[in-house]
Design a protein. Structure first.
Length: 236
């Protein structure tokens, strides 16, 4: 890998970075979607058909985050953000809050946040720690039955895409960490970065279907390879 220090970095993280903290993945052989039909719990149509089932699914997942701690990879990225002198943007596909708890600030949750609630009536979005149900009133408009997890479902547009594409167009290093690279639009980020002339790097437990699209790849546990990579960036 070219050792010249980048001036602008965009990092994309996926489920693999949180797996070592105990957060369930979605697309692995034993992931969530191997056990639950995503059409029933992760689409607007599923919510309209059975909101009770959808709320129960996300309430269980929200409760499952209790006791989950950030790992060395999360802390390493937070350190990179603090110490890196250039432009830095961290984009995560994860809906957990481990990046924030590790200290990351310049962060986009492109798929939303499990610990937030969104009102389908007035659009109010705010932190929500307890369970959600069809009886939960919106704190802003007081309507019942409209609150939903602030999570981007299949068929919905991820958040802050214009800001993400602008950062990709201006970066000289794009790094994908712990993501399969098969789900669009995130799967297209590497092409956006390459079109801008950026170097590209995959950090993942094992090679993915898209590994050969990257300039370089490092494979191993996120808790090992991410801190090592961050140290190399900061000492170059």
């Amino acid at each position: 890998m070219n050792k010249s220090r980048p001036s602008s970095i965009v990092v994309l993280t996926g489920a693999g970075i949180s797996a070592e903290s105990g957060v369930d993945t979605f697309r692995d052989k034993d992931g969530i979607w191997s056990k639950v039909d995503f059409r029933e719990v992760a689409t607007p149509e599923g919510f309209a058909a059975d909101p009770h089932k959808v709320h129960a699914f996300y309430n269980q997942r929200r409760a499952g985050l209790k006791g989950i701690e950030p790992n060395a990879a999360h802390f390493a990225l937070a350190r990179l953000e603090r110490a890196f002198g250039g432009a830095f943007l961290l984009v995560t596909q994860n809906i957990d809050h481990l990046h924030e708890r590790a200290g990351s600030q310049g962060l986009i949750h492109m798929h939303g946040e499990l610990a937030n609630a969104l009102c389908g009536n007035c659009g109010d979005r705010r932190q929500w720690e307890g369970d959600l149900s069809t009886d939960s009133p919106c704190p802003a408009c007081h309507a019942n039955g409209y609150l939903r997890p602030d999570v981007v479902w299949f068929g919905e547009m991820p958040y802050q895409m214009e800001r993400i594409y602008a950062a990709l167009a201006g970066c000289d290093l794009f790094v994908a960490i712990g993501t399969s690279g098969t789900v669009y639009p995130a799967a297209g980020f590497i092409e956006e970065a390459r079109a801008a002339g950026a170097r590209t790097l995959e950090l993942n437990l094992e090679p993915t279907e898209g590994t050969n699209r990257f300039s370089d790849a490092i494979h191993g546990k996120a808790t090992e390879i991410v801190p090592e990579w961050v140290e190399r960036v900061l000492v170059d």
